[in-house]
Design a protein around this ligand. Structure first.
Ligand code: ATP
Length: 233
């Protein structure tokens, strides 16, 4: 579904992604883990088109899209849940969800809203509340729900566990597994490598802008080098 090939990206003159390649097959959960500042967010933003690249390719469903603006990538079936959730704080929960379907003109929007509310009853209860009044975990659910309103085939999730209590991290990981079961392909960026690799089919470890390990989620979790360096074990 997604192939990233030799991607480079820079802030000013400083290159922070040095030829990153990875692949995501349809139906997989892929975890991209690595330390603070390794380049995870930059890579995700480059894939969704909100971060300029200086070289390399992004192929989505067989089509090179690295020159497409972000909104066209959304229309092609890619949705990005940004780091720190970034919901529209003064708008209601309901309006945040409706904004996720901003580009859609099909008749299925109301039914999809119903599905999101059924999946997250807490969002239904709080549908008239300002999104900014929700707790961190609730805002994360809202940010995911908003992305799902675009009907993505591929969901890019940037550190959904950030700042959440362990019990909520577990809930988010369960949500991600449920999305996979519903047919969504997922690229999950996480500093919480144990949580992410535990649910991932495969994983990549990124270090200072380059992929340094790759493998099945379970194998990476069991790899002594990965454990020592990234999992603090
Ligand atoms: P984090 O978990 O902290 O988000 P990360 O792995 O997602 O880390 P990035 O945020 O992609 O890493 O950062 C990669 C590198 O790019 C870091 O060295 C960071 O300091 C640098 N960087 C990130 N954003 C900017 C920016 N807006 N301007 C300049 N440098 C940046």
């Amino acid at each position: 579904m997604l192939a990233v090939e030799g991607l480079t990206s820079a802030y000013g003159r400083i290159e922070v992604l040095h030829g990153v390649s990875l692949e995501v097959a349809e139906g997989e959960i892929i975890a991209l883990v690595g330390a603070n500042g390794a380049g995870k967010t930059t890579l995700l933003r480059a894939i969704s088109g909100v971060q300029p690249i200086s070289g390399g390719r992004v192929v989505f469903a067989g089509e090179a899209i690295e020159r497409e603006p972000a909104h066209r990538r959304v229309a092609k079936g890619m949705a990005h849940v940004p780091e720190a959730r970034q919901v529209f704080a003064p708008l209601s929960v309901h309006d945040n969800l409706r904004l996720g379907a901003y580009r859609r003109k099909d008749a299925g929007v109301a039914a999809d809203l119903g599905r999101i509310y059924a999946m997250y009853p807490m969002l239904w209860e709080r549908r008239r509340s300002a999104a900014g009044s929700l707790s961190g975990g609730e805002q994360q659910m809202l940010a995911i729900g908003r992305a799902l309103m675009a009907r993505p085939r591929l969901l890019l999730l940037d550190e959904p566990s950030m700042g959440l209590a362990p019990v909520l991290v577990d809930r988010i990981m369960e949500t991600i597994l449920a999305l996979k079961a519903a047919g969504v392909t997922i690229l999950l960026v996480e500093q919480n490598a144990v949580a992410a690799l535990s649910i991932a089919d495969r994983g990549y470890v990124i270090e200072t802008g380059a992929i340094v390990h790759r493998g099945a989620g379970r194998d990476l979790l069991d790899d002594p080098k990965v454990r020592a360096t990234y999992l603090g074990v």
